[in-house]
Design a protein around this ligand. Structure first.
Ligand SMILES: *Cc1c(COP(=O)(O)O)cnc(C)c1O
Length: 416
């Protein structure tokens, strides 16, 4: 089902008018569709039917409490990369027993907290981290469930900033070293070996690299079995891509079917950590055109949203579709660079977009539900945008717009 559609030339999110929401809450603002989030999550659930599994939504993609709450009500687990994200999961009603803890810099404090809440698994990124977790667990008479993140050295064929499965990346442990580390782990009193994991990158538009990684990981599993190291689950990470422009990423069912087929006859629970493929196309960023401007070379639409609200275009050269909230009559399009007010040339949310617009019009930047608000900043002392969730025709404010005084309330003048 399409959750973002036009009715009488006016953009709707589910049954709610984007123009009315913008009028009530101002711009820029993020708007999410609850039904889209649910549908994207359920696609994974359906794909796994009949196979033991755990879907751990990657909190970093969109960590708003309402988003986490909607997913936790569907039974989701969560993949976290910080202690703060664990607090968010708990505050949103999520089950810590379904939490996987990824990330290569877990602090002592974060490890304590995760052990105390009884998470499902620590995804280990280095020998030093394993030693630290063991030590903390032993000191507390606890046992930490772990999986080792293996770097399968496959090319995810995605943007280098979001590719993580090559030898040269900082993530994971090489295939060669993994066996040794598992054997070492078997001797640690505070460690219980649960699984094997990998995550090779994001915005993958083919399942080939994931399947290649899985082949290598299954070979590693056989080597572990021959040394009496028995795991319960395999975690294939996240990374499934979405359609921003005209990409044709595989669906969860295509991915999961192929993974199940490879596991044929091997009794292992499958864990996945999807973020983008659940949240990206469940959200938009709505912004207003402040001014139109043209210099000799180009036309610009200067908007009230900027790279501090949505950094993907500036950071990765990412392309996101930009559409008018109210479609104008006629067909007199002009080509614009859609730029924000920030003093950086990189501050464009779209380039060379053909639109029929005037100052004062609203634009919707699509696919902004993942890596949107969460990567926003206050650069240029810009309060962060509010987040609104739509369910049918109901509109729920799920995060208020920051105020300027919020931004400097923790700053102090020198005395005197
Ligand atoms: C970011 C991340 C994910 C989620 O990636 P998506 O591309 O958003 O699905 C999953 N697992 C780990 C370890 C990550 O770092």
């Amino acid at each position: 089902m399409e959750h973002f559609s036009y009715k009488d030339n006016n953009l709707l999110v589910e049954d709610a008018s984007v123009a009315s929401i913008a009028e009530k809450y101002g711009t820029p603002c993020f708007i999410y569709s609850k039904a889209a989030l649910e549908q994207n999550y359920q696609a994974y659930e359906k794909a796994f039917e009949g196979h033991s599994h755990l879907i751990c939504y990657a909190v970093k993609a969109n960590s708003n409490l309402a988003v986490l709450n909607v997913l936790s009500k569907l039974g989701a687990g969560f993949d976290i990369v910080s202690g703060g994200e664990l607090d968010r999961v708990i505050a949103a009603g999520g089950d810590p027993k379904k939490v996987t803890f990824s990330g290569l810099g877990k602090t002592t404090q974060e490890i304590y907290k995760a052990l105390d809440t009884g998470i499902h698994c620590f995804n280990i990124e280095s020998e030093a981290e394993l030693l630290r977790i063991n030590e903390i667990a032993v000191n507390n008479s606890q046992v930490a469930p772990i999986s080792i993140r293996v770097n399968p050295d496959v090319n995810a064929e995605t943007h280098p900033y979001i590719s993580t499965g090559l030898k040269e990346n900082k993530f994971g442990i090489s295939m060669g070293k993994a066996i040794e580390l598992y054997l070492h782990a078997t001797e640690m009193k505070g460690i219980c070996i649960k699984g094997l994991d990998f995550h090779i990158g994001s915005q993958l538009t083919s399942i080939r690299p994931i399947l290649d990684a899985l082949d290598r990981i299954l070979t590693l599993n056989e080597q572990l079995i021959s040394r009496d190291v028995i795991i319960e689950h395999i975690n294939i990470g996240g990374g499934l891509g979405v359609t921003y422009e005209n990409e044709m990423p595989p669906t969860p069912i295509e991915l999961v079917s192929a993974v199940k087929e490879k596991l044929h006859g091997i009794d292992l629970k499958i864990v996945v950590e999807p973020g983008r493929s659940i949240a990206a196309n469940a959200g938009i960023l709505v912004t207003k055109v402040e001014y139109l401007k043209n210099n000799e070379e180009k036309n610009f639409a200067i908007i009230d949203g900027a790279m501090n609200d949505l950094i993907r275009p500036a950071l990765y050269g990412a392309w996101q579709k930009i559409v008018p909230v109210k479609k104008a009559a006629g067909n007199e399009n002009t080509t614009y660079d859609i730029v924000g007010p920030i003093c950086e040339s990189a501050d464009a949310l779209g380039k060379n977009r053909s639109l029929n617009i005037n100052a004062g019009d609203l634009l919707a930047i699509k696919s902004a539900g993942a890596y949107g608000f969460v990567m926003s900043s206050n650069y240029n002392t810009r309060p962060r945008a509010p987040e609104i969730m739509i369910s049918g025709s109901e509109t729920h404010l799920v995060r208020e717009r920051e105020t300027v005084s919020d931004l400097f309330q923790n700053e102090y003048l020198l005395p005197g």
